[in-house]
Design a protein around this ligand. Structure first.
Ligand SMILES: Cc1ncc(COP(=O)(O)O)c(C=O)c1O
Length: 430
């Protein structure tokens, strides 16, 4: 048995290369696929737990009450949420559905930080009913709607105000959120004004900022964390809590940076602490909201090869039994991946191929160009770094049921999401 070569770095921490091919969590991927079928999401429990625990430990260096709230939008499968809850994380929820998922997974109401740029009444009521620790306000209209609901239920709700500070980050423009013109949050001036003049029933605790996602250079995130206490002091607004959001990126391809989320969290806590000491203001409770950097490289997707053909321009298409139904990242923001053959991950490459999804869209291409060993029908393809924003974005386009998911660890695979059957596709039609 050998440890994995650098080319396999985006795969989960427990990945090994063995004569049986790739092994994750102590199990051969070929065996897992034989048992559970494809397409299949596979999550490595040890990778998830280790990252979650290290981030929880890093944020605990902040004042009491500081915490790491896992962003459910990145992955909300209950079994994974239970692992994260046990690891000491809180929960960042962006809908009534995500609030329900967090509660079902065992998070308590006070662990919930509720987000959303367009919260419906159902979302706000769900937050109130759950006794959510914090609601992050995205605008004045929402503050008034929430205040009215709080007055009706005789409740006082702790809130933060989300601001878009006009800081640009180096990421795909579709996942940047902190720039001027973003649909998320308020201008700093208007956000400060809202905190000063909150309607009755709301208790302003501080500010929230989230600059974007898949950010590989964390410096702008740390800069924003330094800027916010100074801004709060200058505006004379409360800053008992400072939520600096998520956004740290992961390696999707071998050789890409794969920043350590715990080190990044430690840098954020140190930056906020230093600036508050310099400014002579109390250090606020610090909240971080990582999603992708906790679960991204802990997950992979397995596909079976259904056909291989060379077309008019000489390119070779390898068609698989999944695609944009289980991976929207390619179509949404040009996501790139470095797949391997699960049974022969380090065999010598035989040539370049393109991996086609099965959906009726020309853009349903999982990987535009990858060098693989000779591929045969029935081969198993493993696509790494699909732990975040894959299962949560899965859809039923072309009426393909959504994939199953398993959690692996210590040589055991546990089915955590059943494959969606054809009958289930019609449950909502009347
Ligand atoms: C408010 C908020 N917090 C946290 C996150 C998680 O971001 P990431 O998965 O990039 O860490 C997001 C993602 O969009 C977000 O909008």
């Amino acid at each position: 048995m050998t440890t994995r070569p650098a080319a396999l770095m985006p795969f989960p921490d427990t990945t090994e290369v063995t004569p049986a091919g790739l092994v994750v969590g102590g199990l051969a991927l070929t065996e897992i696929a034989k048992h559970y079928g494809t397409p299949l999401y596979v999550y490595d429990e040890a990778s998830i737990r280790r990252r979650a625990e290290s981030v929880v430990a890093a944020v605990a260096a902040g004042p009491a009450g500081s915490r790491a709230a896992f962003a459910l939008k990145s992955l909300s499968t209950l079994a994974v949420l239970r692992v994260l809850q046990q690891a000491g994380m809180s929960a960042d929820c962006a809908s009534s559905g995500e609030i329900a998922a967090a509660l079902r997974a065992g998070f308590s109401g006070d662990q919930l930080v509720v987000h959303g740029n367009a919260k419906s009444e159902a979302d706000l009521v769900a937050a109130i009913d759950a006794d959510a620790g914090l609601v992050v306000l995205d605008g004045r209209d929402e503050a008034e709607r929430l205040a009215a609901l709080c007055t009706r239920s005789g409740r006082r709700q702790d809130v933060l105000v989300r601001i878009a500070p006009g800081i640009d980050v180096d990421t795909h423009r579709h996942i940047a959120t902190g720039h001027l013109g973003s649909k998320f949050g308020m201008t700093p001036t208007e956000g400060a004004e809202l905190l000063r003049t909150l309607p009755g029933g709301l208790h302003g605790r501080g500010l929230h900022v989230h600059l974007g996602s898949q950010i590989l250079d964390p410096e702008p995130l740390v800069d924003a964390a330094r800027w916010l206490p100074r801004f709060a002091k200058a505006e004379g607004i409360p800053l008992e809590v400072l939520d600096v959001g998520g956004g740290l990126g992961i390696a999707y391809l071998p050789g890409q940076d794969n920043p350590d989320p715990a080190a990044h969290t430690a840098a954020l806590v140190a930056a906020v602490t230093d600036v508050c000491v310099d400014e002579g203001i109390p250090v606020p409770q610090i909240i971080v909201e990582p999603g992708r950097s906790i679960v991204g490289t802990a997950g992979l997707t397995l596909y079976s090869v259904l056909g291989i053909k060379t077309v008019g321009d000489g390119s070779t298409w390898v068609s698989v039994d999944g695609g944009m139904g289980d991976n929207l990242r390619v179509g949404l923001y040009g996501g790139t991946y470095a797949p391997v053959l699960a049974a022969r991950p380090i065999d010598v490459a035989a040539g370049h191929v393109r991996i086609a999804g099965r959906h009726c869209e020309s853009t349903d291409v999982l990987v535009d160009d990858v060098e693989l060993p000779e591929v045969h029908v029935g081969d198993l393809i493993a696509v790494p770094a699909t732990g975040a924003y894959h299962q949560t974005m899965a859809n039923t386009y072309n009426l393909f049921g959504r994939p199953a998911a398993v959690l692996v660890g210590n040589g055991v695979a546990t089915l955590i999401t059943r494959r969606e059957s054809t009958d289930e596709l019609f449950l909502r039609d009347v």
